[in-house]
Design a protein around this ligand. Structure first.
Ligand code: ADP
Ligand code: MG
Length: 249
């Protein structure tokens, strides 16, 4: 049995909109095992990003609990401890990378290491190693905005893994990429999962990426409507025919 490394327990989340409470997440419950590559998918607006923010401890759930271990339960921790845990244990990638525009590729990738107190020299060394893993070392002196979207996402992945976190959490990381760059990024994520032992949680509304995952969760309207493991992924993929992103059941 592989070890459970994240527990998402009966999460409810509502937002006040005007005078109303709008329920966004309605009883989300699942575990993540060490070494999993889990894809969360579902239509736009179903609550995927809200769920990721909750898992990252950036939003507090209305009820329910997020725990990474007995000693890391977000509701029992202060904001500083949650932030420290995130910096050390989770590499994040978003649809659009937030670059420090005045800094080079190398310095952007080194930045999270500097934040953790590494010396400039050590931070640069580790950042170069991370850039090497994603094949972007020759671009180290560029400014990120000079690169293509696909190259920028590879650098974003380098920045996410530079601190050697156990988790990679990605919210639609291929959302702005053409097909080829999207595939390249997915292969790199798979490499980080299989060869570097990262546990990956990735949100997408593109069903074609499920083939890269070990397990998948389908969301609709703030609820889980399907859980798939490696064994039944084939059955799921067979139902995905025709247009990109359209599932025919
Ligand atoms: N801070 C907020 N206040 C009010 N409504 C929100 C807030 N954040 C998200 N929502 C709403 O929650 C729903 C789910 O959003 P989101 O989690 O971003 O979905 P997804 O990532 O699946 O597209 C949307 O209807 C969105 O408008
Ligand atoms: Mg989203």
């Amino acid at each position: 049995m592989t070890q459970r490394v994240l527990r998402v327990q009966n999460i409810y989340k509502s937002f006040h909109v005007g005078e109303n409470d709008v329920q966004i997440l309605r009883g989300i419950d699942f575990d993540v095992s060490e070494g999993d590559f889990l894809v969360l998918f579902g239509p736009s607006g179903c609550g995927k990003s809200t769920l990721l923010h909750t898992i990252l401890g950036l939003e507090s759930p209305t009820s329910g609990a997020i725990s990474y271990s007995d000693s890391v339960t977000f509701s029992k921790m202060g904001e500083d401890d949650r932030s420290d845990f995130r910096k050390r244990q989770i590499g994040m990638i978003y649809q659009q990378s937030n670059w420090i525009r005045s800094l080079s590729v190398l310095d952007n990738v080194a930045f999270p290491l500097t934040m953790l107190g590494e010396s400039d020299r050590k931070a640069s060394l580790l950042a170069r190693q991370a850039l090497g893993l994603v094949g972007m070392l020759q671009w180290e002196a560029y400014i990120p905005m000079e690169l293509s979207s696909g190259q920028q996402q590879r650098v974003a992945l380098a920045r996410a893994v530079a601190t050697d976190p156990n988790f990679i959490i990605a919210d639609e990381p291929t959302g702005n990429l053409d097909f080829e760059s999207g595939q390249e990024l997915m292969h790199l994520l798979k490499f980080m999962n299989e060869k570097k032992g990262k546990t990956i949680l990735m949100v997408t509304h593109d069903l074609e990426y499920i083939g890269f995952a070990k397990s998948a969760i389908r969301m609709c309207d703030g609820q889980i409507v399907g859980k798939y493991t490696e064994g039944d992924r084939e059955a799921l993929m067979h139902r995905i025919i025709g247009k990109r992103g359209v599932e025919i059941s």
